[in-house]
Design a binder for this molecule. Structure first.
Ligand code: MG
Length: 423
């Protein structure tokens, strides 16, 4: 498993090239975008536990100066980036004579992303992670990708850049890590289907009538994973699984009709790959984000990890069911977006962010999240139609980051208007 040949992965983006950062005998140098967040902290915990394997050469954080200062004292990176000049001054004060270059803002993020490193860990949350991740790819860096928005918003663009610069994209999301592991040593032409598992969320067994009355507290009560409020709501609507289908489409350069979703309430099988001879390879484990993080960091090797072990006999049974696309329409909206245009995934993602915030603020009902996403996607479809007939509108192509950000901003405005009109 630790001898991945250069052609060992079928996709052109996820690990299809040289093994990431595998320079024999030297430590893997890490640059971390989002070092004070959850994935960033867990990455640093691995680096601390494995000093012979990893060095930390650059860190980027936002406003948590205190935590960042502590990280700089422990890991002594050459370069650090913060969101604002005031934060840079506070960090300089806190660090005293520690020798580190401090940079600021979007340029600072780009500097960390393109700093000489073997692996850039992209773990900023949200659209702010897009530009630095593209900068890392364009600088020829391999990337461990924990930021969902990168592939959801800009997948078509990122895939082209990954192919052009011949870098490896190592997924950190549990489902995509599972697929990445199942694909190891296989040829692209032998793959029949990618199968993403979904827990089904807290409303898996609820009727449509019950779901229509769901409260914020009920939607936030996820059965298996402890996550932030936005992604927990996305799990309840199955939009999260839809966004993961979009990620898989670009990460593994696979057509949407070769990507399936199966509901698996125990979250033990993290995803599967079916091959043309009907063999299916799955990756299993207890739900623990440390595992996909370590898989990406150590690739193509593996690191001993002190976490609870899977005991299949103790679990006893694993259950599966078809996702109910009527009760959870967000799943089909993701497939619809993939069929519409390169920009449509960014559109449905942005509409969903607006709708989920409105739901969490108590302004709309749970089912209005899917309604908003569907309505904005329809408006995007008409807009592309207008562009094709020469009227004003977006083409739906993603030529560069500006196109992604335009689609995102357009969608947010549409979603707000639509919610205001339907209030
Ligand atoms: Mg996931």
């Amino acid at each position: 498993m630790n001898e991945l040949a250069s052609d060992s992965h079928p996709s052109s983006s996820a690990g299809s090239q040289k093994p990431a950062g595998s320079r024999a005998g030297s430590r893997k140098a890490l640059a971390i975008l989002g070092s004070t967040g959850s994935v960033g902290e867990q990455t640093l915990a691995v680096a601390l536990a494995e000093p012979e394997r990893f060095s930390v050469v650059a860190l980027a954080a936002g406003r948590n100066i205190e935590k960042l200062a502590e990280q700089v004292r422990v890991f002594r990176p050459a370069l650090v980036s913060v969101a604002e000049p005031a934060g840079a001054a506070a960090l300089r004060d806190a660090l005293g004579s520690v020798d580190v270059e401090i940079v600021v803002g979007a340029e600072g993020l780009d500097a960390v992303a393109s700093h000489p490193a073997d692996l850039v860990v992209s773990s900023l949350v949200g659209a702010v992670g897009l530009a630095p991740t593209l900068a890392a790819i364009r600088a020829g860096r391999d990337v461990a990708l924990a930021n969902k928005e990168v592939m959801v918003m800009a997948g078509a663009l990122v895939l082209r850049e990954v192919q052009k610069h011949d870098v490896a994209l190592l997924p950190v999301d549990s489902e995509h890590s599972a697929i990445f592991q199942a694909l190891a040593g296989q040829r692209a032409e032998d793959v029949a289907r990618l199968i993403l598992t979904a827990s089904g969320g807290p409303f898996r067994t609820w009727t449509s009538e019950q779901i229509a009355e769901a409260t914020i507290e009920q939607a936030l009560d996820h059965p298996n994973w402890d996550m932030g409020p936005k992604i927990t709501i996305d799990s309840a609507t199955l939009m999260n699984k839809g966004l993961e289908v979009i990620e898989a489409r670009w990460l593994f350069d696979t057509q949407p009709d070769c990507i399936d979703v199966v509901v698996h309430p125990q979250s033990i099988i993290h995803s599967l790959v079916e091959f043309k001879d009907s063999s299916v390879i799955a990756q299993l484990g207890l739900p623990d984000m440390r595992v996909p993080i370590v898989v990406a960091l150590a690739h193509p090797e593996r690191i001993a990890l002190d976490v609870p072990r899977l005991d299949l006999a103790a679990i006893g049974r694993l259950d599966f069911e078809v996702p109910d696309r009527k009760r959870f329409p967000c799943l089909d909206l993701a497939y619809e977006a993939l069929g519409l245009s390169e920009a449509a995934p960014a559109v449905v993602n942005a509409a969903n962010e607006i709708a989920v915030s409105a739901f969490l603020a108590g302004q709309i009902r749970f089912t209005q999240i899917a309604e908003t996403n569907g309505a904005v996607l329809n408006l995007h479809a008409s807009r592309i139609g207008d562009a094709q007939t020469g009227a004003d509108g977006g083409s739906g192509r993603l030529r560069d980051l500006d196109d992604v950000l335009e689609a995102d901003a357009w969608s947010r405005a549409c979603a707000r208007d639509w919610l205001a009109a339907s209030a």
